[in-house]
Design a binder for this molecule. Structure first.
Ligand SMILES: C[S@@+](CC[C@H](N)C(=O)[O-])C[C@H]1O[C@@H](n2cnc3c(N)ncnc32)[C@H](O)[C@@H]1O
Length: 420
């Protein structure tokens, strides 16, 4: 198994464990939790070196999450994963079945484990019907893992359609070989890229002629600009609110694969970002580290576009400082009357590399630097560092110099905050 595949599967496992912990955190006493986990490009279940493929990683992650969650519970919860493992290659699906029959999951085959020798696209309708029957509120508690080989098997239009049929409640983790996509883009391939973009449902969101112009304007350093254009195009074409396009970089090759994550909820986006930070292995981001991670900023240190940043401790400290600065400006310029923590996180999550803890720290630093007030829902000054979704962040009013330059008059008397 190549190292980037190992890293990808580790991220998948860790995300599933964290996802289930979050889902069940406020469901004390619940006896059974169904989740639907779709591995649309499942492979054969085991690699030549004996490492487990994604279907087994998924099943084991659910067991691991259940064990962790139940440590604390008086009444244990049973997590029932309803899985669709799909592969268009007959050999792969037979190998997977053979392997699964040798595990503790054998009795679930045909019950809660559905093996399909088919293309992912051919199984979509069956999956939607099953989910909508199981979950009263539609596609609740559903994750699609779409580990295609290149970039053309998961059109944004299919994701959009699925999201709508599942009432905006499903999440998607999509492997997308963006490095390959960009490498072959040239004037000579413009026509074939245009038809590819149309097939992916990106027509109207991605402008190939503009990309080629950027390529000429930016010379050797054009890849980030092109990739962010395609990333944003994919995001908008799906219509899903929260999005992260971080890379899993292969060992022997610069750039490579996006592990795209799409979810309607900023908490899910923050959770996935926290997994990238917690691994600090081959996850990478190319471009700005403060607010506006997908923007092209001509004055930015070009090494950030060329070599990217790893999700390590040094980057974390640097991002943290930039975020505090950028959020200070953002809150001051746009939310003079204040904004709730959840609305701020919602509006800004796609533009940052922050997980929940980093956003909290940035806001708390603004508070200790006297740049913002933080109030609870009832308007009282916040007394604890633990921020909640209903807390309100209010920029401190600027002091104005009088016409004579001899006095500073506050526009509004700032409320004193208690600290603990
Ligand atoms: C990258 S491999 C999957 C590896 C697997 N997810 C893992 O981590 O163990 C991609 C798989 O997708 C299958 N495949 C390719 N196109 C497909 C399609 N349109 N629908 C379903 N499966 C497809 C291939 O046969 C191959 O087994």
């Amino acid at each position: 198994m190549e190292e980037h595949s190992r890293c990808k599967l580790e991220l998948l496992r860790d995300y599933l464990v964290l996802y289930l912990q979050i889902v069940l955190a406020n469901a004390q006493g619940k006896a059974t939790q169904y989740v639907t986990l779709i591995d649309g490009f499942a492979g054969g279940g085991v690699y030549h070196d004996g490492r487990l493929g994604s279907p087994l990683v998924i099943l084991r992650a659910v067991e691991e999450a259940a064990a962790l969650i139940n440590i604390e519970r008086e009444k244990p919860v049973s997590i029932v994963p309803v899985c669709y493992f799909i592969d268009e290659n007959r050999g792969a699906i037979e190998c997977l079945e053979h392997h699964l029959r040798g595990t503790e999951f054998r009795d679930r085959i045909g019950n809660t484990i559905h093996l399909r020798h088919a293309t992912f696209a051919a199984c979509v309708d069956e999956i939607v019907v099953g989910i909508n029957e199981r979950h009263r509120r539609g596609g609740n508690r559903t994750i699609f893992f779409l580990d295609q080989c290149g970039y053309s098997e998961v059109p944004a239009a299919v994701v959009r359609d699925l999201d709508q049929k599942l009432n905006g409640r499903a999440e998607f983790i999509i492997n997308f070989s963006i490095g390959w996509f960009g490498d072959f883009l040239s004037n000579a391939t413009e026509a074939s890229y245009q038809s590819l973009v149309d097939r992916l449902g990106l027509g109207g969101y991605v402008d190939i002629a503009q990309l080629l112009r950027q390529r000429t304007e930016l010379g050797g350093n054009w890849r980030h600009a092109v990739e962010s254009h395609i990333g944003l195009g994919f995001h908008h074409a799906t219509g899903i609110r929260c999005f992260s396009p971080f890379y899993i970089e292969p060992e022997d090759n610069h750039r490579g694969y996006w592990l795209l994550h799409l979810a309607q909820n900023q908490r899910a986006r923050a959770a996935m970002t926290s997994i990238h930070w917690s691994k600090a292995n081959r996850s990478k981001h190319y471009g700005p580290r403060g607010y506006g991670i997908l923007s092209y900023k001509p004055d930015l240190d070009p090494t950030l576009y060329i070599n990217g940043m790893s999700f390590d401790d040094t980057s974390r400290v640097e991002c943290q400082a930039l975020l505090a600065e950028d959020y200070g400006r953002l809150v001051r310029d746009n939310f003079q009357d204040g904004i709730t923590y959840s609305a701020l996180a919602d509006k800004t999550c796609n533009e940052t590399i922050a997980d929940g803890a980093m956003l909290d720290s940035a806001l708390w630093q603004l508070f200790t630097d006297n740049e913002v007030e933080i109030q609870s829902r009832t308007g009282c000054p916040k007394r604890s560092r633990t921020l909640t979704s209903t807390d309100v962040i209010v920029p401190k009013k600027q002091l104005v110099l009088s016409a004579f330059g001899d006095a500073l008059i506050p526009r509004r008397r700032p409320r004193r905050l208690g600290r603990s």
